[in-house]
Design a protein around this ligand. Structure first.
Ligand code: HEM
Length: 423
């Protein structure tokens, strides 16, 4: 059996994710009709669509049986998968980062930043984060009652926090934002390089060009940070040694680029989605205004609601069985996090935005050995910004129609027009 073609095509179509209702309906059907089945969209190699929360966890629990690096970690057309192998000299992924490797290499690379991003290491960052959050909250209030929260706050605040911890100067932030948006949003004419709808081949070329630009920037940074280490995340990457050696050029540049992109765009999407959800739910806004202890629950529900990373891929390293299906060695599996986060076997009323979920088991940060390295920083950033905003805001409502980015990978709201009043 394979998935109905219209469902298979929708899963890889960024426009379906931009129209939130459409992708919700697609995954609702998949979970009820064929929760683990093969999709064969036109121009793609077949892959299993893993739509259930439990099946994604089962896969992520077994990193030796389901590898990240053997095939593309992000879904690609056949032509683009071949192109990537051509430009990388045979590797399945554009980058060789913590996300795209397995086993010892993964453990070693993860170990470079892991100790610096644990809850305990992140806690002392709160003062610095709050200073940035309070500046952004003040600036928003100065906008005079209306703004595009996505563009004017949510895209910029996590970028400033991350760049501050990486050690990237403020004047380079616009360039970092532009390159990140080009890398993650090559299919969206509002955010890509050309301002046009691109074919998959053109989108890959554009992504590779933006990645190369970012890598050139970080190459210079490495030389400086090796002679003058400064304790920032970039400096940790530049000076990291595995078995006595610095990271290879490809590991090094991939690491910077992964953190410099995934470390803010994801958080921006979640932050923008939280404000969108609040603007449509005045009762929740009021409830939180009177009980700030609900903010951590708001953050987790917001992350579930938006699920900024729509999928990652894995490849089976041996024949095996999962949820009654026979998986063959080499099979490609799409872990559909946004579907898992609407799974009614796990969430009551999955299509409701609720603050009373007990230990919200959302999977937006993934699970297992690859679980998001930045999740504690991301949670801290969002909580602190929301605390600063709730100190200042009396009401929020939508003042226009929000819009989401066209993408099947990392994406969320790109426009959230709001009207607000101050306390
Ligand atoms: C709301 C914000 C964020 C979301 C939704 C998110 C989501 C994810 C997801 C789904 C994964 C893959 C997990 C898996 O394969 O099981 C991941 C991995 C990763 N994330 Fe995040 N992320 C966020 C914020 C951040 C931040 C702030 C940073 C950096 C400071 C970061 C750095 C990373 C890194 C380096 C990995 C690779 C970990 C590994 O493969 O071992 N992320 N993230």
């Amino acid at each position: 059996m394979t998935l109905h073609q219209s469902l298979a095509e929708a899963i890889v179509d960024g426009r379906a994710y931009a129209d939130g209702d459409r992708i919700d309906e697609v995954f609702r059907r998949i979970r009820s009709e064929a929760p683990l089945d093969i999709a064969e969209p036109d121009e793609y190699d077949p892959f299993w669509v893993v739509s259930r929360h439990a099946d994604i966890k089962e896969i992520e629990r077994q990193p030796n049986l389901f590898h990240n690096g053997d095939r593309a970690t992000v879904v690609q057309t056949k032509a683009n998968a071949a192109k990537i192998r051509e430009v990388t000299g045979g590797e399945a992924n554009m980058s060789r980062s913590v996300v795209t490797v397995d086993g010892k290499e993964h453990k070693d690379l993860r170990g470079v930043l892991f100790p610096h991003l644990t809850p305990r290491s992140v806690r002392p960052m709160e003062d610095k984060v709050r200073k940035i959050a309070s500046e952004f909250a003040d600036q928003m209030l100065e906008l005079g009652g209306e703004c595009d929260f996505a563009k004017q706050v949510a895209f910029l605040y996590p970028l400033r926090v991350l760049m501050a911890f990486m050690g990237v100067p403020r004047e380079d932030e616009p360039m970092m934002l532009k390159l990140t948006q080009e890398i993650f949003s090559a299919n969206d004419p509002d955010l890509n390089r050309s301002g046009k709808q691109l074919t998959p081949e053109e989108a890959l070329q554009a992504t590779l060009a933006s990645m190369a630009e970012m890598e050139t920037y970080f190459l210079d940074v490495t030389t400086r940070l090796r002679s003058e280490p400064d304790g920032g995340l970039n400096s940790l990457i530049a000076n990291a040694r595995i078995d006595g050696d610095y990271l290879t050029r490809r590991q090094l540049l991939s690491y910077y680029v992964t953190v410099a992109t995934a470390g803010h765009d994801t958080t921006s999407n979640a932050t923008a989605g939280i404000m969108w959800a609040l603007a449509e739910r005045p009762h929740l806004f009021e409830q939180i205004r009177h009980d700030r202890s609900l903010i951590p629950a708001l953050v987790d529900e917001g992350v579930r609601w938006v699920t900024p990373v729509k999928h990652f891929m894995r490849a089976a390293t041996a024949d095996c069985e999962l949820a009654g299906q026979k998986i063959a060695k080499g099979d490609w599996m799409m872990l559909c996090y946004s579907s898992a986060n609407r799974d009614d076997l796990v969430f009551d009323d999955p299509y409701e935005f609720r603050l009373d979920r007990k230990d919200n088991p959302q999977l937006a940060f993934g699970y297992g050995v690859h679980v998001c390295l930045g999740q504690h920083l991301a949670r801290l950033e969002m909580r602190v910004l929301l605390e600063e905003l709730f100190d200042r805001l009396a009401s929020v409502e939508l003042s226009g129609t929000p819009a989401r980015t066209i993408s099947n990978f990392v994406c969320g709201p790109k426009r959230v027009p709001i009207r607000f009043t101050a306390c």
